[in-house]
Design a protein around this ligand. Structure first.
Ligand code: DHB
Length: 278
């Protein structure tokens, strides 16, 4: 009943853990698989170990979270240790970030070697200099990165797009032209929160990515827009915390969905609850 497919990847359950939450270690990823997630997307991994930004990197708002962790991760070589058992336990989608087609291809090859069921290209982090959205708002750059990765791996290549653009349909067309297997929409919305007491931005990076209920309607609109532009599979993400949120994305044109912030606000039971409700 809940079975779905994202292109060639069959999922027993349509909800996945979105990149960035409970997905940095093998045991946490396996715990999410046991908690009813159909797949887990890893925290975005780069070529070298990265400590990320200094604190504060995260704050909670009325309708969501805002964070600028700074893409902290152990680097692709060490991340193999986290993938080893997890990739045997279920579908792990390897999220990767790089600054060039060559870097993305190398990272994707490693994720395939580690047993990832697919890779998700982070072309949409809203605040990283030289990475993410800085690359992923240019259709020509998207096309060259997606096609380079496609020629380096045999597993499906998904691309996570940013909503921080007026031309998301053009970005989606670029993914299709590059041979991409699926689009994941949306990543976080570039945002800022200022402490009135301290008179300065709360995050050390000043800007961060807004997630949670505040961005749900932006995500649903983006999926609807993308569906009118291309006919490849879309995975919906942004502010999903119950079955009604998920169904909005499915009606807009997604075949599966991801849950991120609600793992924090509702706890690990959120997948079992959504699966039951659906
Ligand atoms: C970070 C990365 C993202 O892709 C995002 O949407 C928000 C934050 C980060 O690691 O800083």
């Amino acid at each position: 009943m809940l079975v779905t497919s994202v292109g060639k990847l069959r999922l027993e359950r349509p909800g996945m853990v979105a990149s960035g939450i409970m997905d940095e270690t093998g045991p946490s990823m396996m715990r999410m698989l046991r908690s009813g997630a159909g797949a887990v997307v890893t925290k975005s991994i780069g070529t070298k170990p990265n400590p990320g930004h200094p604190n504060p990197v995260f704050t909670e708002l009325k309708a969501g979270y805002i964070n600028a962790m700074g893409l902290p991760n152990p680097g692709i070589e060490l991340f193999g240790e986290e993938m080893a058992a997890a990739a045997k336990a279920g579908h792990i989608i390897g999220s990767i970030y790089g600054s060039s087609p060559e870097e993305f291809s190398k990272l994707a090859g490693k994720m395939e070697e580690y047993g990832a069921a697919a890779v998700e290209l982070n072309l949409s982090c809203p605040h990283a200099t030289g990475y993410g959205m800085e690359l992923g708002t240019d259709p020509a750059v998207i096309r060259s990165i997606v096609s380079a990765v496609k020629s380096s791996v045999t597993i499906p290549v998904w691309t996570k797009l940013t909503p921080n653009t007026h031309m998301i349909k053009d970005l989606a067309v670029a993914v299709r032209e590059g041979g991409g297997d699926a689009i994941v929409a949306i990543n976080t919305v570039k945002a800022m929160v200022i402490s009135p007491q301290f008179g300065k931005p709360i995050l050390s990076n000043k800007f961060g990515g807004l997630s949670g209920p505040a961005i749900r309607s932006i995500g649903v609109r983006a999926v609807f827009d993308i569906r009118t532009a291309v006919d490849i599979p879309i995975v919906g993400v942004g502010g999903i915390s119950d079955w009604k949120d998920a169904v909005q994305y499915l009606i807009a044109g997604a075949c599966a969905f991801q849950v991120g912030s609600a793992v924090g606000t509702k706890g690990l039971g959120v997948f079992d609850t959504i699966n039951l409700e659906l």
